[in-house]
Design a protein around this ligand. Structure first.
Ligand SMILES: [Zn+2]
Length: 62
């Protein structure tokens, strides 16, 4: 009669939080100004920080 006291390891909720933010996704890019933890919103040709407004243009090869 082993009771399951613990549920299966829940995925890191911290990621969920970020994903539910808005358009923020785990693009792997952090804002250089705000530091790690602040994701950059990925656009077609640039990434922007929704917190400080920092914008970084991406190099498009095509
Ligand atoms: Zn920022």
């Amino acid at each position: 009669m082993a009771k399951k006291q613990r549920k299966k390891n829940a995925p890191t909720k911290v990621w969920k939080f970020y994903e539910a933010g808005s358009e923020l996704k785990r693009s792997g890019r952090f804002c250089p100004k705000c530091g790690a933890g602040v994701f950059m919103a990925k656009h077609r040709d640039r990434v922007t920080c929704g917190r400080c407004g920092y914008t970084e243009f991406l190099k498009s090869t095509s």
